[in-house]
Ligand binder design. Sequence first.
Ligand code: PAF
Length: 291
Amino acid sequence: MKVIHTISELRAHMRGHTRVAFVPTMGNLHEGHLELIRTAKKHGNPVVVSIFVNRLQFTPNEDFDKYPRTLQADIDKLNAEGVYVLFAPAEKEMYPEPQSYRIYPPTDIGDILEGEFRPGFFNGVCTVVLKLFSCVQPLVAVFGKKDYQQLMLVRKMCSQLSIPVEIIAQDTVRAQNGLALSSRNNYLTIEEKVKAIQLYQTLCKMRQDILEVYNNHFDNILKIKKINAIEANAKDYLNNEGWKVDYISIRKQHDLQILKNEDEFNLSLNPLVILAAAKLGNTRLIDNLEV
Ligand code: PAF
């Protein structure tokens, strides 16, 4: 694998490659990232991975400097996966001057859920993703469903701006107990790691409850009331268990909005997704589950 640090060298090296599959990351790679790379291999050739800790997507109260940087270990993992190029630019290479040209995602999907609790996050993500696409010029790029809203915003950005990159979604990779893999799991204590599975367990229980309501012969208005109760109970449960829930919310998959009325509760025409973000001790975890 060639490790490239500058945009000009990347462009020169990639000239002539028209079927590049790209996996953007912020490094500190785990099995979840490696699955993205394996999926990328199925959709294009060669595979390019980027590692860039993007300051623009950190909110003022998030510690950019403390984000784990493990370049040598990451390089070893990427070599073992047969990656062709690692693009690992320095900050000055990506942002030689303050990045004032930005992507501002539409507020209806960018300022809700993660966007509400991490203002500016999706602005930073979309801006860097567009810039990375422009550097790498891939045919396809793979994003994990773990960051469900990010995946959707990047998809919509490509579609609305006619960016010729096909976005491929990769299912969330979980530990055997169900915990979604994340670099942030490293921050959890041993006791917290055990407790952390409650988040996924809660999502699974909610899905089961939603399906039961859906398949029952309640009238539709009652169904919506029950859906709201499922959400409220889940939030109470996690808060009582010592979590600090930012949100746990049942949304429509296609636009991440809540069900407007009872007619929209139709799982075959209008599938749902439950999205959650909650803090355990000092660690904020996110997860989601499609229904
Ligand atoms: O998901 C991530 O790791 C980041 O948000 C991404 C897509 C690499 C942009 O910095």
